[in-house]
Design a protein around this ligand. Structure first.
Ligand code: SF4
Ligand SMILES: [Zn+2]
Length: 339
């Protein structure tokens, strides 16, 4: 079991020292990935800005999150953010979907000041949809209103709800806000005229594979009416996290891809009008969600296709010899037997 001191020690160790100005003028990463808007497949331009990062990561940090290694260790100045944006804009090819990440909250003034936020949405005003992430306390009329005015397309606000189970969220994920605060934030986002997207974590630490599947399906059932889209995000092991600490001691295995498949298949029946997607990070790798190795690429491709097309029937046809091993793991873990 983790303790507050472990979580705090890990949070402190992973925080970088304050960065010099030259490091702050470069964004963390940028790439283009497949996405969909409604029934139409579109390319998405993804940009990770370098900011001070998530304030919660300084206080305690979530058990699976290692994003603070991509931060500055201090707030970026408006000039530094402008330099990052200028570099990114040179690579932008009018992709219809744009996703902006900050390793924290785009709407937290300490990470991105209000004028820089406006500059970001204006730089991508040719996009039809612009997504950014935030913690639930930041989407207010004062923060969202000017962005809505400046951006002609749809704004999509992504919230890392992770689980609608208060115990899982507080004790296992180590989030600072409750599920109720996330659901209220999603309602507020929609009332303010933006789309709400929720991230659901598949297999937080201390849950068995069976409990993890039940947790994500229950979370879809509870959250669906509050969100326009829900994404199942299976845990991958990031450096400097509590999950990595457990992994190195043989006390954590990333989720099976079969759990993602089941989460999507069962979630599809409970999602109402919300989109349901999963685009696993590090899929098929030892530190990411994986099966036996032989079927991983095939299963990952099916998960991506189902997510893009919103057609989940094909998932039932997937099979591999490892599926019976997976079923045994789920049964034996529940009984407390080493699989
Ligand atoms: S998961 Fe989100 S809230 Fe938690 S530490 Fe990472 S960025 Fe902050
Ligand atoms: Zn397999």
């Amino acid at each position: 079991m983790t303790t507050p001191s472990l979580a705090r020690r890990v949070a402190t160790e992973r925080r970088p020292d304050p960065a010099p100005p030259e490091a702050a003028s470069k964004y963390v990463n940028q790439w283009v990935e497949p996405e969909a808007i409604g029934d139409e497949r579109v390319p998405a331009f993804v940009l990770i800005l370098k900011t001070r990062g998530c304030y919660w990561a300084d206080v305690k940090g979530c058990s699976m999150c290692g994003y603070s290694k991509d931060t500055l260790g201090r707030s970026a100045t408006p000039g530094e953010l402008a330099a990052q944006l200028e570099r990114a804009a040179r690579r932008y090819r009018n992709e219809p979907y744009v996703k902006i990440y900050t390793s924290g909250s785009f709407l937290d003034d300490r990470e991105v000041d209000p004028a820089s936020r406006l500059a970001v949405v204006r730089a991508f005003s040719n996009a039809r949809r612009l997504l950014f992430e935030t913690l639930p306390e930041f989407p207010t009329d004062a923060a969202l209103g000017p962005l809505k005015e400046a951006f002609p397309g749809e704004l999509e606000v992504a919230l890392g709800l992770e689980s609608t189970d208060p115990v899982v969220l507080r004790r296992y994920v180590n989030k600072g806000a409750s599920p109720a605060e996330y659901l209220a934030a999603a309602d507020r986002v929609r009332a303010l005229g933006a789309r709400a997207k929720g991230y659901l974590l598949l297999k937080p630490p201390y849950l068995t594979e069976e409990e993890a599947v039940q947790d994500v399906v229950r979370s879809i059932v509870t959250a669906a009416e509050h969100f326009d889209a829900l994404s199942i995000n299976p845990v991958h092991i990031q450096n400097g996290t509590v999950v990595e600490w457990l992994y190195h001691r043989g006390r954590y295995r990333p989720p099976w891809l079969w759990s993602v498949v089941e989460g999507l298949a069962r979630g599809a029946r409970a999602r109402g009008s919300a989109r349901l997607v999963s685009f696993p990070t590090a899929g098929g790798l030892a530190r990411g969600p994986h099966n036996c190795g032989a079927c991983d690429a095939r299963v990952l491709a099916a998960i991506q296709e189902a997510s893009l097309d919103q057609r989940f029937d094909g998932l039932a046809d997937l099979d591999c010899a490892c599926r019976s091993e997976y079923a045994a793991v789920r049964r034996l873990e529940v009984l407390g037997v080493e699989a």
